[in-house]
Design a protein around this ligand. Structure first.
Ligand code: 1GP
Length: 255
């Protein structure tokens, strides 16, 4: 059945309610025991979404991972594809990413052309998303694999203009990405300036490895925070970060 995660998400955004997604990159998580552990932690913590994908995907078939998630959780699974090879219709929805911070036509529109007909035929919920890379202090797989440069982290006006262009072109979300394992996450100033510039939801990911960083991103305006890498290093991280999110969301009801 076709989902409508986007409308539900807009509903939350309108109430300024924040969400957490866990990114499972099959390349970084080859060990089935490790994957199961992450899924169980996500379920226990009450995360909002599982994202599945990555920049490379040595084995592009994400179906087994999606089935594993389904076995253990009823949380929506959203495909976060690094390329057209990663298309999979077992997910609930797909983020159709256009890499608008870059000038590589392949990732702006080229890959999308090759998968458009199968997406339309299958009817999977498709959320067009402006993907914006921001320098996170070290080279990232996504920048390398896409042959694009991230926007410098001290240029909020370039980022917000890029986000506005994406929104005007009809993209329904903006994803600010510092890259997996970034040394520093997307700066609050950038999140704030994008938030002021567009009405569509703002996703923030890359290098969020403390509850303080997550809270700062939420306060600056992130509607959805994506965490990946750090979960393995600190098994309690998901519980902590969802705890912070719940506190934040409840504080809005009180005031
Ligand atoms: C998703 O790249 C992020 O946007 C995930 O980054 O692995 O650093 O959490 P981390």
């Amino acid at each position: 059945m076709k989902t409508d995660l986007y409308s539900a998400f807009i509903g939350k955004k309108e109430k300024n309610q924040k969400s957490i997604a866990v990114l499972i990159d099959p390349d970084e998580n080859r060990d089935p025991g490790k994957i199961e552990n992450i899924i169980r932690q996500g379920v226990k913590a009450g995360i909002d979404y599982f994202f599945v994908g990555g920049s490379l995907l040595v084995d592009p078939d994400t179906a087994p991972l999606i089935r594993d998630i389904r076995k253990l959780s009823s949380c929506p699974v959203v495909l976060f594809p690094g390329s057209n090879l990663h298309l999979n219709f077992e997910a609930d929805a797909i983020l159709l990413l256009s890499l608008i911070s870059g000038r590589n036509p392949e990732f702006l529109i080229g890959q999308h052309v090759t998968v458009a007909a199968s997406i339309k035929k299958n009817g999977i919920e498709t959320i067009s998303t402006g993907y914006i890379l921001i320098d996170g202090g070290k080279p990232t797989s996504v920048s390398y694999m896409s042959f694009t440069h991230p926007i410098p982290h001290d240029k909020p006006e370039i980022v917000s203009s890029t986000a506005m262009a994406g929104e005007l072109l009809g993209l329904r979300m903006i994803y600010l990405e510092a890259g997996s394992g970034a040394l520093y996450p997307v700066p609050e100033g950038i999140i704030r300036s994008v938030k002021k510039s567009v009405d569509v939801p703002v996703i923030v990911g890359g290098g969020i490895n403390t509850t303080e960083k997550a809270l700062r991103a939420m306060r600056a305006g992130a509607d959805l925070i994506v965490v990946g890498n750090h979960i393995e290093k600190n098994p309690d991280f998901l519980i902590e970060i969802t705890g912070i999110k719940e506190e934040y969301n409840q504080s809005l009801n009180i005031h």
